[in-house]
Design a protein. Structure first.
Length: 367
């Protein structure tokens, strides 16, 4: 199964002509999952090779506008591109994010009279008071849902923290387990961990032929893990003729943060193949970055080291950093951010990648 990540917006605070606001897509065969949806995400999508109509799940890290203002508009445009058919027959778009997200969508879609051709559900993650300074916490009056559900809204879940893992179990299907974990920011923020299931190894067909077994139903039984009796009476266990299992890939995407909260993040992201982490400002501005609830390359590198990640991808750069191709003399240089992370990771074997808008990163199968 192919998997890749496409960055639609790598800028912080607002979308600019040279850097979109936060959004990225994890694509697997036929399905796209959107992580954050800053203003302008739908035009970025149109400029990319991806199709908005393929989005089946949306994950919002926190309620700041540069991660959320694009969502109502994007949902409306996806609806325009959807073939009219009874809404019940179309799959529900599942949207995950902090408490308050359900009200935000209900009010923006409701006040604008926006109807969708497909159903949607918002699954809210309960926030904790240690995820932000007190002024970043939303009151119950702010987040409480008033009025009826939007006509296309289905009842979503409220997901609470699983104290045994310090994570939120969002869902599990036949391919993936997806969790969220807590981060510290000016408002409560989350990161997401997408863990692919391990795949059984292949049958060692050479060995099977040596044993006198030829392709057929017995192969199917061995593949399913069942023992098989050979003509000479010997019982062959599936494990004897299977190659080693292929570990699943793990992709971790952090929302805005100046640090993690509790042990959930590092546990969930342990051994990540790809760790996507913000680096809003350079190391020299760490005090300012932390003041605003953000990270520097050195801080992101420390997280990558702590979870023994293989690849660190930096994004969410201050708009002062133009893409290398557009940079004029005297402008701040985004390449410096990459070098700072590399310096911090020297000798560790962790690769550093600076994301740019429309960068697509393949995530190959592990062998
Ligand atoms: Zn942001
Ligand atoms: Zn933010």
């Amino acid at each position: 199964m192919t998997m890749d990540l496409t960055f639609l917006g790598t800028g912080s605070a607002y979308p600019s002509p040279h850097r979109g606001a936060s959004a990225l897509i994890l694509r697997t065969e036929g399905e796209c999952w959107l992580f954050d949806c800053g203003e302008g995400t739908q035009t970025q999508l149109m400029r990319s090779q991806l199709r908005a109509s393929r989005i089946t799940k949306v994950f919002i890290s926190h309620l700041h506008g540069d991660h959320l203002f694009g969502l109502p508009g994007l949902l409306c445009t996806v609806s325009l591109q959807t073939n009219p058919s009874p809404a019940q027959t179309l799959p529900c778009v599942d949207i995950y994010g902090p408490t308050g997200l359900r009200k935000y969508l209900r009010v923006t879609l409701g006040l604008t009279g926006s109807q969708l051709l497909f159903p949607y559900a918002v699954h809210e993650l309960e926030t904790s008071p240690d995820q932000s300074p007190p002024e970043g916490q939303l009151s119950c009056e702010m987040t409480s849902e008033c009025g009826p559900l939007h006509p296309q809204e289905q009842l979503g879940r409220s997901v609470s923290l699983d104290v045994s893992t310090d994570c939120y179990q969002l869902f599990q299907d036949k391919r993936f387990v997806v969790k969220a974990f807590r981060l510290f920011h000016r408002v409560p923020s989350f990161g997401f961990c997408v863990q692919e299931h391990e795949r059984p190894g292949r049958l060692n067909t050479e060995l099977l032929k040596e044993l006198g077994l030829h392709p057929g139903p017995l192969y199917g039984r061995l593949k399913a893990g069942e023992p098989v009796t050979l003509e000479n009476g010997r019982t062959l266990q599936a494990a004897d003729v299977m190659e080693e299992a292929i570990p699943g890939r793990k992709i971790c995407i952090f929302g805005d943060c100046s640090g993690v909260v509790g042990g959930g993040a590092l546990k969930a992201c342990d051994g990540a193949d790809v760790l996507v982490h913000e680096a809003t400002l350079a190391d020299e501005q760490q005090e300012k970055a932390v003041d605003h609830g953000h990270s520097t390359p050195k801080m992101a590198a420390a997280v990558a080291l702590a979870c023994a990640a293989r690849k660190l991808v930096l994004y969410h750069f201050s708009q002062r950093y133009k893409p290398c191709a557009l940079r004029k003399e005297g402008d701040d240089d985004v390449a410096v951010l990459g070098r700072q992370a590399e310096d911090a990771l020297q000798g560790s074997g962790v690769d550093v990648i600076l994301a740019e808008d429309f960068l697509t990163l393949a995530i190959p199968l592990k062998r």
